[in-house]
Ligand binder design. Structure first.
Ligand code: PMV
Length: 314
């Protein structure tokens, strides 16, 4: 490692429509959360030190040479070094994140991409989004076995993504600036458990679940059109309809349903859980005039709230 210090970051993400159905080939819409980021910093150590990894947010630290088996941070480092055919640097890797962990906001993918970027920078390389996405996808598999690939894609490309599993990610158009309020229930969300639960129920009742996935896919397509036309009222209604289907899939919780209700009662155009569910976050589409009211109402009932502005692309 030539430079004394290198730093890199990557955004979180929010799924607007289509989670779970996306695992079964239907489309989903996701946005990067550029203000909420994971950060990785590599600081050169004396030759022979090897790589030390510190993640203060989760109170973890280990030496790369005795990294816990299957540890996602170690896997991100190893995957990147293997891709670059580079040796382990003598350095201290510190990983921090603004994102809540296991909350459906892409913290895992954001950390993987930030780490891959920092490790590449330490090797004086810069990796394109396709490669970062592919490296993070390998790590996503450790988290939940059968990821669709949406998280790593939107995080690595840092663009709104209309995502269909196995296809090139397509950007989607946003005509009008809009505001989202994201509220963290504070309940941990295990994407793995949630995805496995849906799979078990789908195997039990394939026709019923395929119909849910089709309905969610149709909502996603309509939301894409409505966003392109700047029809936010329709987007709001579609978020509500998507939440109702996520309830049918069995991935919501009474606490998430009541946050969604509260958002609507305080003036949101629509709201839903986002990500794997079973805990984690809800997202509400909020007209500017209602932003404070909705944020304040959700803040009283949740662990944390973020107000996010999404603007049309240049
Ligand atoms: O990682 P999460 O909790 O944001 O969920 C990802 C979305 C799912 O559709 C539930 C899973 C996947 O791999 O697409």
């Amino acid at each position: 490692m030539k430079q004394a210090v290198v730093e890199a970051s990557a955004p979180g993400k929010v799924i607007l429509c289509g989670e779970h159905a996306v695992v079964y080939g239907r489309p989903a819409l996701a946005l990067p959360l550029s203000e909420l980021r994971a950060r990785a910093r590599l600081e050169r150590l004396v030759a022979g030190s090897g790589l030390r990894v510190v993640a203060p947010d989760v109170e973890e630290q280990f030496r790369m040479r005795n990294a816990p088996e299957g540890h996602p941070l170690a896997a991100s480092v190893q995957g990147t070094l293997a891709y670059l055919e580079a040796p382990e640097p003598d350095a201290l890797l510190t990983v921090r994140s603004d994102l809540p962990i296991a909350a459906g906001l892409g913290s895992g993918a954001a950390v993987s991409v930030a780490v891959a970027r920092a490790v590449a920078a330490a090797c004086e390389e810069s990796l394109p989004p396709e490669i970062l996405s592919a490296l993070a996808f390998e790590v996503e598999k450790l988290y939940h076995g059968t990821p669709s690939g949406i998280d790593n894609t939107v995080v690595a490309f840092e663009q709104p993504v209309f995502f269909v599993r196995g296809q090139e990610p397509a950007p989607f158009a946003i005509k009008e600036t809009f505001q989202l309020v994201i509220a963290d229930s504070g309940l941990p969300s295990s994407t793995r458990e949630s995805v496995l639960g849906v799979r078990a129920r789908w195997l039990d009742e394939p026709m019923r679940y395929e119909a849910f996935f089709d309905a969610i896919g149709a909502i996603t397509e309509e939301a894409r059109t409505a966003l392109a036309e700047g029809d936010l009222e329709t987007v709001g209604r579609l978020l509500d309809a998507n939440h109702a289907l996520l309830v049918e899939l069995g991935v919501s919780l009474p606490q998430l349903d009541s946050l969604v209700d509260l958002a609507r009662r305080s003036g949101a155009l629509g709201a839903k859980l986002t990500g794997g569910g079973g805990g984690g976050n809800v997202v509400a589409l909020v007209p500017p005039a209602q932003l404070e009211t909705v944020s304040a109402a959700l803040a009283r009932e949740s662990a944390r709230v973020w107000a996010i502005t999404i603007r049309p692309q240049e």
